[in-house]
Design a protein around this ligand. Structure first.
Ligand SMILES: Cc1ncc(COP(=O)(O)O)c(C=O)c1O
Length: 337
C-alpha cells in the first residue's frame, strides 16, 4: 500500500532489530515471544519517543519553529527525548514538569539539565488544571522574545505523533516476513496512548492481522484511554484525509498492572525486570516496559493468550527511569547469585 507521509525529520536508527526471546519463551512455556528493540532507536537511547518526534518535530520545522515546548512527569522519557532531539537539531526546548524536584537531579531529569533544556516545575494539581494555559503562556513568552514555539502534547501522543508507530508497523511487517511468521499480538506499554494508537492504525493500514494490546501503566483508566485513542484516530483521519474506517478499529487497553500508581512498582515487577535481564540480557524499566512485560507474562499464565503462537513485545526504552529507581531493587529478594 502506498501511503503519503507528512513532514518528517530523520532521527532514529531504523530498522530496529526484531529478536526472539528463545530462553524466556521456553521457560514460560507459552507462545513464542519476540521483542522489537525500540530501546535501540538511538539519539541518547531515546526509545519509542524518537519515532513520534520524527513527525512532531518534522511538523515544527515545516512551520519554521525554533523552539519546542512539551510537558510530562519529572522522570518523563518523552521530555528527556525532546530535550536531546532539540539539542541535536539546535532548537530551544522548554519542558514544564509535573512535580517539584527533590535533591540533585537524576535519571531523565539529570539529562534534561545536561542538554540545556529550560525547565519549569508545577505541583501536580496546578499542572493538570492549567496545562493548556501553561502551554499558551509559554508560547506567548517565547513570541515576545522573538521566537516561534511549537507545542508537543504529553508523550507526543496526538494525530501527528501517531505516525511514528504507524510507520513502525511497515517495518514490523518486513521484520516478521523475514523471520517467517505473522504476529498474533503486538503488545506495548500504554502511558499516554500514542504508541498504541499508531500501532492500531499501522496494523490496519499495513494489514499485519495482529491484535494490538496496550498494557495500561498509567493512572488514567482504560475507558479514558479508549476515548483518547479513538479521538486521536479521528483527528488523524480528518487532518490527513485518510480513508481508513477508524471507528471500526478495536481498541484493547489491558488493566490490572499499574500497581500502586504511575511510576511506582511493586516487588513482582522488579522481579520480572531482573528475570528478563538475567534470562535474555534485555533491560526493562519499572515505569513502562517492566510493568507491561510483567502483565504479558501474567496474561500468558492466566491462559488468556492461549490462542497465540507469536507475540511481539515493543521494547519502548526507559532505562533512565530504572536507574532513577535502582534503590528499589533489592537483590536479596531476587537472589544475587
Ligand atoms: C519507555 C516508555 N515506554 C512506553 C511509553 C508509553 O508510550 P505512550 O506514551 O505512547 O503510551 C512511554 C511514554 O509514555 C515510555 O517512556
Amino acid at each position: 500500500m502506498t501511503i503519503s507521509y507528512p513532514a518528517r525529520v530523520s532521527l532514529a536508527r531504523l530498522p530496529t532489530p526484531l529478536e526472539p526471546l528463545e530462553r524466556l519463551s521456553r521457560e514460560i512455556g507459552g507462545p513464542r515471544l519476540w521483542v522489537k528493540r525500540d530501546d535501540l532507536t538511538g539519539v541518547g537511547v531515546s526509545g519509542n519517543k524518537v519515532r513520534k518526534l520524527e513527525f512532531s518535530v518534522g511538523e515544527a520545522l515545516a512551520q519554521e519553529c525554533d523552539t519546542l515546548i512539551t510537558c510530562g512527569a519529572l522522570q518523563s522519557n518523552h521530555c528527556r527525548a525532546t530535550a536531546i532531539v532539540g539539542a541535536r537539531l539546535g532548537l530551544q526546548v522548554h519542558l514544564f514538569l509535573r512535580g517539584l524536584p527533590q535533591g540533585a537531579p537524576d535519571g531523565n531529569l539529570f539529562l534534561d539539565y545536561l542538554v540545556g533544556a529550560k525547565l519549569s516545575y508545577y505541583p501536580p494539581a496546578e499542572y493538570y488544571a492549567r496545562r493548556e494555559e501553561i502551554f499558551a503562556e509559554l508560547v506567548e513568552k517565547y513570541a515576545r522574545d522573538g521566537r516561534k514555539a511549537f507545542v508537543i502534547p504529553a508523550g507526543a501522543s496526538d494525530e501527528i505523533g501517531l505516525w511514528g508507530y504507524l510507520t513502525a508497523c511497515e517495518e514490523l511487517k518486513a521484520d516478521c516476513k523475514r523471520h517467517g511468521f505473522a504476529p498474533d499480538y503486538i503488545i506495548c506499554a500504554t502511558g499516554s496512548g500514542g504508541t498504541q494508537t499508531g500501532l492500531i492504525a499501522g496494523n490496519a493500514l499495513h494489514q499485519l492481522g495482529a491484535t494490538i494490546w496496550g498494557i495500561n501503566v498509567d493512572d488514567n483508566d482504560a475507558a479514558t484511554f479508549k476515548r483518547k485513542i479513538r479521538a486521536d484516530l479521528r483527528a488523524w483521519k480528518n487532518r490527513y484525509q485518510q480513508h481508513l474506517d477508524v471507528d471500526a478499529l478495536s481498541i484493547e487497553v489491558i488493566e490490572g498492572y499499574v500497581g500502586p500508581g504511575y511510576g511506582k512498582a511493586e516487588p513482582p515487577v522488579f522481579e520480572t525486570i531482573t528475570r528478563v535481564g538475567r534470562t535474555e540480557g534485555i533491560i526493562l524499566d519499572p515505569v513502562y516496559t517492566g510493568k507491561a512485560f510483567h502483565g504479558l507474562i501474567k496474561e500468558i499464565e492466566s491462559g488468556r493468550l492461549a490462542d497465540a503462537s507469536n507475540i511481539v513485545f515493543i521494547h519502548s526504552g526507559g532505562i533512565f527511569g530504572l536507574l532513577a529507581q535502582h534503590s528499589e531493587l533489592n537483590f536479596e529478594s531476587v537472589g544475587s547469585q
